[in-house]
Structure formats: structure tokens, C-alpha cells
Ligand binder design. Structure first.
Ligand code: UVW
Length: 312
């Protein structure tokens, strides 16, 4: 295997880099492209008011297998209405949850992935510590801003299949073809949702294909430049990692993560449920909508659970 420094994605990352573009102290990356103007324009896309829920349930029915320290949420009660009543008769239930922030529908922050010791905007990886979490580029910096024009590119529909195949790569050409076929333009400040169809394996385990595994379809490296050229603010998909696994570049790990998160400063959304949205968009003949993806502002976190919505 060549030394790590020779991987092709690094040259691409250098070429597309947004480091310094919004200042040396910037921690928002391409979320800077979400402005008052993009939010105002997105609000005008609400026509019927119909909500399409794009999130997974956060429960023990989640997709995690225990691999990589990721498990499904553990929900416990901390107070029960049968524990006792106040003199007025008041009774109370409280609860708590223990979960990895990467366990279900989630945003990856700009502290989640880097390479060669650096995170987005030349931030040293040492800003993430075991006791303090991420003192820069954390999820809480950005997740309160992820709202705007959402666009769905439905690659499974484009290819006429319920789901792309295991390890099937989506190329920039596929994104172009989907946009052309659907008659939608991807513009600066959009939050792009890409449907592979893989979510069906989470919804229906009887299909016998693991939803979380090392062989999933998703974006290939050529999509990084496509997203950069169109000035996309954030990208999300219905699979585990947004990108294809394993990567086409041998030994590269997660090159799309590394280029998008570390070099472009782009927040990634994973495990979005795009099944109903695909049907609604097809039946309404429109592929853009008001998108709300506000995450949890967990201090110094590197990821955030999210319950995203499309409002039609
Ligand atoms: C890794 O597996 C590193 O990340 P993600 O969950 O974002 O795919």
C-alpha cells in the first residue's frame, strides 16, 4: 500500500479546500451558505404544509449492531407516577437515555473526521479530548442553523430500482442525471438529500440485508467536486455513511467524509428516512421543499441526533 500521504483524495481535498474562506476562526464551514435570504426563500416553498418525517426512531429497534462502540439507545425511567404523589395529588414521570450520538439519524460535525492530524480549517485534532470533547468544530456550533431549501435527488428512482446494490457508487454523473430527470436545480445554500433506497433494509429486516455493514451504496469521491461547484450547504443520505463502502480508492477509509468534512467544512447527515419523501415528491412532481434539520446542541459534541423534516 502507498504511504498515506499519496492517497488521491488528498489532492482533491487541497484543490477544493474552503479553509480560510470564511475566516481563520470559522467553525461553520459550508453552513455559512445558509443565510437569512436562503431561509426566507425556502419558507416560500411551503405550499400544503404537509410534514414528511425524515428521522429514525431513537430506540432499541435502531440499526446498531455493537460494532465500533455504537449501540442502540437505552431508555430508562428515572421517576414514575406510581413513586408517590404530592399533597395536591400531582404525579410525575421522568426518563433518561444513554446513546452514542452516532447511533441513528444524525449530523456529523466538522470535528468528526479529519486526516493527517488536522480537522476543518487547519484545526489540530488535539482540540478533541477524552474529557472535554471537541473544543472547536463541534456539532453544537452548527446544528441550530441546518434549515433551508432541501432538494431530494432520488438515485434509486433514476435507476429504476428499489435500492442501489451493495457497494454501488453514485457518481457526479448520476447526480447530474437525477437533477435533469427530476427537473430540479441544485443551488448555493441548498441542503441536498440523496436517496439510495438502502433504508428499506432498515425498515424490513426480513429482506435479510444488514442496513449497517461494510458494503453499502453511496456517494463516490467524484461527488465532492459536484457539491463544491454547486455550493451545497450540507448533504445527507439514507444510508449509514453518505458515501459508498468500501471506498473505490483502496485503503482510503472514508475519503468522501475526509474531503467534505475536513477540506470543505461540510456537515454530513446520515441514516435519513427518504422513503416517504420520495413518494411525496414524485406524486407532487416537485423535488424541493422547506427542510428543517435542527439538531441537539450538545456542548462539545462531534455529532448530533436529529429528527429532520421536509415541509411541503
Ligand atoms: C464513521 O464511521 C467514521 O463515521 P460515520 O458514522 O459518519 O459514517
Amino acid at each position: 500500500m502507498p504511504p498515506a500521504t499519496h492517497h488521491a483524495f488528498k489532492a482533491l481535498g487541497r484543490r477544493l479546500s474552503n479553509w480560510g474562506r470564511w475566516g481563520e476562526d470559522d467553525q461553520l464551514g459550508t453552513a455559512n451558505l445558509l443565510t437569512d435570504e436562503t431561509r426566507r426563500a425556502a419558507s416560500r416553498l411551503i405550499r400544503t404544509g404537509r410534514i414528511v418525517d425524515l428521522g429514525m426512531p431513537f430506540g432499541d429497534e435502531g440499526p446498531q449492531t455493537g460494532a465500533n462502540g455504537r449501540f442502540n439507545p437505552i431508555h430508562r425511567m428515572t421517576q414514575l407516577p406510581t413513586d408517590g404523589a404530592t399533597p395536591s395529588g400531582q404525579i410525575v414521570s421522568d426518563d433518561m437515555v444513554v446513546m452514542p450520538l452516532q447511533c441513528a439519524t444524525q449530523w456529523d460535525s466538522l470535528a468528526h473526521v479529519g486526516y493527517d492530524g488536522l480537522l476543518y480549517n487547519a484545526t489540530p485534532a488535539s482540540v478533541v479530548t477524552a474529557t472535554a470533547g471537541a473544543s472547536r468544530n463541534s456539532a453544537d456550533q452548527v446544528v441550530g442553523r441546518l434549515i433551508g431549501r432541501g432538494v431530494l435527488l432520488d438515485i434509486a428512482r433514476l435507476k429504476g430500482v428499489p435500492s442501489l446494490g451493495a457497494s454501488e457508487e453514485i457518481t457526479a454523473g448520476d447526480l447530474d442525471a437525477a437533477a435533469r430527470t427530476q427537473g430540479v436545480e441544485v443551488r448555493s445554500g441548498d441542503i441536498l438529500l440523496v436517496r439510495t433506497g438502502w433504508y428499506r433494509y432498515f425498515l424490513d429486516p426480513s429482506l435479510g440485508v444488514p442496513y449497517v455493514s461494510d458494503a453499502v451504496p453511496g456517494l463516490g469521491v467524484s461527488c465532492c467536486e459536484w457539491l463544491h461547484e454547486r455550493q451545497v450547504a450540507a448533504v445527507a443520505a439514507d444510508n449509514q455513511a453518505v458515501e459508498v463502502k468500501p471506498s473505490v480508492e483502496p485503503g482510503a477509509g472514508l475519503p468522501v467524509h475526509m474531503v467534505l468534512i475536513r477540506d470543505l467544512g461540510m456537515t454530513l447527515g446520515e441514516m435519513f428516512d427518504l422513503e416517504e419523501l420520495s413518494e411525496v415528491c414524485a406524486s407532487e412532481g416537485r423535488w424541493d421543499f422547506f427542510f428543517s434539520g435542527l439538531g441537539l446542541k450538545i456542548s462539545r459534541s462531534v455529532g448530533s441526533p436529529v429528527s429532520p423534516l421536509a415541509i411541503m
